[in-house]
Design a protein around this ligand. Structure first.
Ligand code: 5GP
Length: 175
């Protein structure tokens, strides 16, 4: 009986590990550095806007190649009980009037459903009067899956992902 139980537990453990992809800090550092110099040439941002929590460390690594100030907002697509929610929740916002004529590179760790990016870009344009051409976006990984909005419908001047990956749960080294 105990043997069967142990066997089932190890099968479940193997399945849950297979469904996850693990990245090392070195791999992500390289993704940021390689893309940082390209983004600087192609978009040339004046500031980086990190979406906390996941975008904080990528934004800081990116600043090694794009030496501009980092601003931070915090958003979540999960509620207090860690249940996925339809509309992203704002935890901390900032006064965007100081960035009105700046080129802003928004940074997050992963483009999953793209709900966060869609919600954020629409809010920045409609409510904070930022120009879509001044908004760029960088993520370490873009998951290949159906999105809340297609890239050609998204009102941003620039989009770049470090790499396109399968739709699996990514575990980052800072988690
Ligand atoms: P969205 O679905 O709006 O594109 O992504 C919302 C947020 O969900 C991301 O910023 C990230 O914090 C979280 N998320 C989505 N997929 C993953 C994943 O595979 N791994 C981790 N660690 N977070 C994820």
């Amino acid at each position: 009986m105990i043997n069967i139980l142990l066997k089932n537990i190890s099968i479940m453990l193997i399945i849950s590990m297979v469904d996850k992809v693990y990245y090392s800090y070195e791999e992500l550092d390289k993704l940021c550095r390689d893309n940082g110099s390209i983004i600087k040439k192609e978009f040339n941002p004046d500031v980086i806007l990190a979406i906390g929590g996941g975008g904080l460390i990528p934004a800081r690594i990116l600043r090694n190649s794009i030496d501009v100030p980092i601003y931070v907002i915090t958003m979540s697509t999960y509620d207090e009980n860690n249940v996925s929610i339809e509309q992203p929740r704002i935890i901390q916002w900032m006064d965007f009037s100081i960035l009105r004529n700046k080129r802003i590179l928004i940074v997050d760790e992963v483009d999953d459903t793209r709900k966060t990016l869609k919600y954020l870009v629409e809010k920045l344009i409609k409510e904070d009067n930022l120009l879509s051409d001044n908004l760029g976006f960088f993520v370490l990984q873009n998951k290949k899956k159906s999105k809340a909005i297609e890239l050609n419908e998204l009102d941003v001047g620039y989009y770049k992902s470090g790499e396109n990956v399968e739709d699996k749960w990514i575990v980052y080294p800072w988690e």
